[in-house]
Design a protein around this ligand. Structure first.
Ligand SMILES: NC(=O)c1ccc[n+]([C@@H]2O[C@H](COP(=O)([O-])OP(=O)(O)OC[C@H]3O[C@@H](n4cnc5c(N)ncnc54)[C@H](OP(=O)(O)O)[C@@H]3O)[C@@H](O)[C@H]2O)c1
Length: 294
């Protein structure tokens, strides 16, 4: 696909998981699959159920083709897992992967900086991100971003799902990718489920203070109650599936904390990981760029 052309040196095989692809052709000669595709913000027109079926078929086909390992980036366990479709789907996928291809590795990752430090109201984390997750084609997300996407820069407000004292071990996408690479290579992690924290555990209030330091203006975190996200998700479920799932994901992040102390999960050296401050300073030094994925 067009979005993958910058992967120089990599042989591309394209498969649309929502449209029953030829998995035998896709998987022949493949040793390891890193399964990052997900439906947090699906492609325009995708049927989410068919996509999830496609993921399960991919796992079964991987076993048939003797794939040694599937590395599955996933999400931490919380009390609201069963109420959040994308999380319960991920949980089922974890089970399927470990049962079907026993040498597989599940990495439970905290909120990504590129995603969640932007969703709370800033365009800074999106600089230099032509394939940003929150730039994906969801009319609802685009409206939400139009309304709130630069609140931090314009008004000094960070709109946080759930309590602002909640702690998260935010991780940069490059560090999550580095953990995936290690999980591909290391024999000793076969069959394991690993929590992979970022280098620090910060509250949203800490993040607001970091934004203040980096942008040189006061920034404070304001809580949007998780009950609001739960109610919106329920109301939208029958009429607008993707917005309903986005609301449920906000409920998930607002209800949970990833306050673990396993920076890098034993896979990535903490000294090499990007802190929230380093991330925001690097982004703030870049020119603003549009980050809308078609
Ligand atoms: N975002 C977070 O904060 C977070 C936190 C913890 C764990 N994770 C995990 O990290 C991984 C990546 O998540 P992300 O948020 O960065 O998402 P993402 O990679 O930005 O977006 C979704 C991916 O799914 C692919 N995809 C969508 N529909 C597809 C289809 N029909 N067929 C094949 N591929 C399709 C997309 O390809 P196209 O771009 O070509 O459509 C894109 O590569 C996931 O496993 C997720 O569970 C994310």
């Amino acid at each position: 696909m067009e979005r993958a052309v910058d992967l120089t040196g990599v042989e591309l095989r394209v498969a649309d998981l929502a449209r029953a692809p030829d998995l035998d052709d896709l998987l022949s000669g493949i040793d390891v699959v890193v399964l990052t595709a997900n439906t947090a913000v699906p492609r325009a027109g995708d049927d989410v159920e068919r996509f999830v079926e496609g993921e399960h078929r991919l796992i079964d086909a991987a076993a048939r083709h003797g794939v040694r390992r599937i590395v599955l980036p996933s999400i931490p366990e919380t009390d609201v897992d069963s109420a959040v479709p994308i999380v319960s789907e991920r949980r089922q996928l974890e089970e399927r992967v470990l049962e079907t291809v026993p040498g597989s590795v599940v990495l439970r990752l905290p909120p990504f900086m590129e995603v969640w430090l932007a969703l709370v109201g800033s365009a800074v984390p999106l600089r230099g991100e032509p394939h940003a997750t929150i730039g994906r084609p969801s009319p609802f997300l685009r409206t939400f971003r139009r309304l709130t996407g630069t609140l931090v820069e314009r008004r000094g407000l960070m709109l946080v799902p759930g309590p602002t004292r909640h702690r998260q071990a935010f991780i940069a996408v490059a560090d999550a990718a580095a953990a995936c690479v290690k999980a591909v290579e290391r024999d000793d992690v076969a069959g394991q489920v690993l929590d992979v924290a970022g280098p620090q555990v910060l509250t949203w209030d800490d993040v607001a203070r970091t934004y203040s330091d980096v942008l040189g203006r006061p920034v404070r975190a304001v809580s949007a109650p998780t009950a609001v996200f739960a109610a919106l998700s329920a109301v939208l479920r029958r009429v607008a599936e993707v917005p309903s799932r986005t609301m449920a994901l906000n409920r998930f992040v607002g209800s949970s904390e990833s306050a673990w102390h396993e920076p890098g999960g034993g896979l990535v050296d903490v000294e090499e990981m990007t802190t929230v401050e380093a991330f925001l300073r690097r982004k703030a030094a870049l020119p603003s760029t549009p980050s809308t994925v078609v």
